[in-house]
Design a protein around this ligand. Structure first.
Ligand code: NAD
Length: 262
């Protein structure tokens, strides 16, 4: 389905990354203005340049989601530049280290929680305030299938994505009276892309009973765990975001949509 977002505006965190960029294209192609938030300014500028072809308003805002001041400033800037925000895709994230539980580095655990949980909370809070004041809207929090079933060697990431699903359920209840829907999206194996390459290499390097030491073999082992026997594409993730934001999903809130190939 092609949902129509003409005249609407979406704010996307992690807008310079693979999924953020694919989602920005999807919404701009369907008429939405786009506010990109990310730490990576050069990549964000490239995405903004690509989006020009759709003739929709586009803004880029450097923002560290772990700092609430930054988030508040970026929201103010986005609203000033684009008029208002209707949809918020709370998508910035970090995959973390790959290590067995007895070896998992403490500082990386804190970093993962800070970006994937505290950062998600910051964006959710700012989004809730804005959408409340404009009379409603929709939010999609990026979780992961790692927030449904904990994968090996990804302790902090699993913790953070289980948290995102919990946050989504509570926020959906808290914000329903304001006409704000809040859902989560949980992809499993998506690629090609940065996180796919990184996880095959790092799972291979851990040397656990679950994966081979050769990343090429790990790729096949992972794909063999998918009932549909292939990776999901970035566009298939963006399709899920589009559905959850759209009017077609008007009675869906507090839900975690799994985009996993089975
Ligand atoms: P990516 O690494 O390409 O993009 C992530 C983006 O987040 C980057 O542009 C990065 O600069 C940005 N970012 C990181 N820390 C930030 C911070 N503190 N403030 C602002 N921006 C920050 O990865 P992706 O595949 O596009 O992942 C996007 C989201 O999807 C993540 O939350 C990830 O956990 C989730 N996810 C990805 C997959 C996958 O296979 N790609 C699967 C499930 C879930």
């Amino acid at each position: 389905a092609t949902y129509q977002f003409a005249g609407k505006t979406i704010l996307i965190t992690g807008g310079a990354g693979d999924i953020g960029k694919a989602t920005a294209h999807r919404f701009a192609a369907n008429g939405a203005g786009v506010a990109l938030l990310d730490l990576n300014e050069p990549k964000m500028a490239e995405v903004a340049e690509e989006l020009k072809s759709y003739n929709v308003p586009v803004g880029t805002f450097r923002c560290d989601v772990t700092a609430f001041d930054d988030v508040a400033k970026a929201f103010t800037g986005a609203v000033e530049q684009l008029g208002r925000i209707d949809y918020v895709f709370n998508n910035a994230g970090y995959q973390g280290a790959f290590a067995k539980t007895d070896e998992y580095p403490e500082d990386d655990f804190q970093k993962v929680i800070n970006i994937n949980v505290v950062g998600v909370f910051h964006i959710l809070k700012a989004a809730a305030q804005h959408l409340r004041d404009v009379g409603g809207g929709a939010i999609v929090n990026m979780a992961s299938y790692a927030g449904v079933v904990g994968p090996p060697n990804m302790l902090a990431y699993a913790a953070s994505k289980f948290a995102v699903i919990g946050i989504t359920q509570t926020a959906a209840k808290d914000l329903a009276p304001y006409g704000i829907r809040v859902n989560a999206l949980s992809p499993a194996l998506i690629g090609p892309g940065f996180m796919w390459t990184r996880q095959t290499e790092l799972q291979a390097a851990v040397g656990s009973q679950y994966f081979d030491a050769d990343p090429k073999v790990v790729e096949q082992q992972m794909i063999n765990s998918v009932p549909m026997r292939r990776l999901g594409s970035l566009e298939e993730v963006a399709n899920g975001v589009a559905f959850l934001m759209s009017e077609e999903a008007s009675y869906i809130t507090g839900f975690n949509l799994e985009v996993t190939g089975g």
